[in-house]
Write a protein that binds this ligand. Structure first.
Ligand code: SF4
Length: 394
């Protein structure tokens, strides 16, 4: 699932930098006809909602070097699935949402309006291991802990990651708000074989951070990130790669240059994400961060939605209550495919998933499921003025 924030879409095994830089959406506020190419080229976009750019080289090249030849084959299969050319026999990536629980209530996240106690249903250690085993036997290459939750609220993560890597999975990753990322946890995750860690930071000052992530502690999270880097150095390991994420709003956009300056020689790559409301009928959770023309208003698309989404060609999401979804986007919550205890293979081969794929690949936008239309309408790409990227990054 993935509103920008403590959860993932923001979380994705996607991310190959195209061989030629992707064309950037012009920003009428900042682009003049005389504009010439600038060193912004390191920025690339792999979806309409997330742009990534590099601090230390292409993360996929680094991962290929570190993980070995099987990684290249996995990415080849990923690219074939992503371009609708091939459906793998089993999802290449599966997200496991172990709980429905977060330690924060960030205003850009649906958890902010969650009432009452957390859903007591959880994906247990043994259930998750069994799902990982099924994946490992069927060619799954990557595992994540995405969903509508904070993964570090589970103490099972290192054990599950180690289990998956032992069984042959090539990648393990998750998004976190970083508040619970203490030094001991970092060490355990590194030893377990985590390959990518994505921390949402969203600010360069404690004041702005307090509005973006109320209840968290800016200094503590910064300290945790530094402790993670120290633990990685101590382990003499290149992995896990560290991605820092920044959910762009009117509120924090002025701090983007300072954020990049602060972290460009520490993070391996960055992700800039669109802000938007998950549910248009819900009250605006963050009205001060929205604007009629700014990149913070998800409800005003700047480009026509493409109608093409390849998520169900390459991944599945297992929720804490065992329901299975075809994607990691919150809009897909209504696209339930079945229950994980019937077997992910069966769900992956099901007629209902085949029908969804067919629609996403071939149907006009208006014929897509309502959830997919809504999903594609609600985002617009982060649209960065070139001047906001410090020369050190370029
Ligand atoms: S378009 Fe549909 S399948 Fe794709 S991410 Fe959005 S809700 Fe999920």
């Amino acid at each position: 699932m993935t509103p920008p924030g403590p959860t993932p879409d923001n979380f994705s095994p996607d991310g190959r930098r195209p061989s030629a830089p992707m064309p950037k959406t012009p920003n009428p506020e900042t682009t003049s006809p005389a504009a010439t190419p600038t060193p912004l080229d390191p920025i690339f976009s792999d979806s309409r909602r997330v742009s990534k750019f590099l601090a230390k080289g292409d993360p996929l090249d680094i991962l290929a070097r570190e993980i070995g030849p099987r990684f290249a084959d996995y990415r080849r299969r990923w690219d074939l699935a992503k371009s609708f050319q091939e459906i793998p026999p089993f999802p290449l990536h599966v997200d496991y949402e172990l709980k429905s629980l977060c330690n924060l209530r960030c205003p850009m996240c649906p958890m902010a309006t969650r009432q009452g106690p957390p859903d007591p249903q959880t994906l247990s250690l043994s259930q998750t291991k069994a799902l990982i085993d099924e994946g490992a036997e069927n060619g799954q290459a990557s595992m994540g802990f995405g969903g509508l939750w904070e993964p570090l609220t589970s103490k099972d993560l290192p054990e599950l990651i180690a289990h998956g890597r032992r069984k042959g999975l090539l990648e393990a990753m998750f998004n976190t708000n970083g508040l619970l990322l203490d030094a001991k946890t970092s060490q355990a995750l590194i030893e377990a074989g985590l390959t990518r860690l994505m921390v949402s930071l969203d600010a360069a000052t404690p004041e702005t951070y307090a509005q973006m992530r109320p209840g968290s502690d800016f200094r503590q999270v910064e300290e945790n990130i530094m402790a993670f880097l120290a633990a990685r150095r101590k382990a003499k390991s290149t992995l896990p790669l560290l991605r820092l994420s920044f959910c762009l709003t009117k509120l924090n956009q002025p701090e983007l240059p300072a954020f990049l300056e602060r972290w460009h020689n520490k993070a391996d790559f960055f992700s800039l994400q669109s802000y938007g409301r998950f549910d248009d009928s819900a009250p605006a959770l963050f009205p001060e961060a929205r604007g009629p023309a700014g990149p913070s208003d998800r409800t005003v698309p700047v480009a026509p939605p493409s109608g093409r989404c390849a998520q169900p060609f390459k991944r599945l999401m297992v929720r804490h209550d065992l329901t299975v979804l075809p994607c990691c986007d919150l809009s897909g919550l209504t696209l339930t495919l079945g229950r994980a205890d019937q077997g992910l293979s069966q769900i992956w081969q099901s007629l209902s998933l085949a029908a969804l794929r067919q629609k996403l690949k071939d149907s006009p936008f208006d014929d897509l499921p309502e959830a997919c239309q809504k999903c594609q309408r609600k985002f617009q790409p982060p649209n960065l003025p070139h001047s906001q990227i410090p020369p050190a990054i370029a």
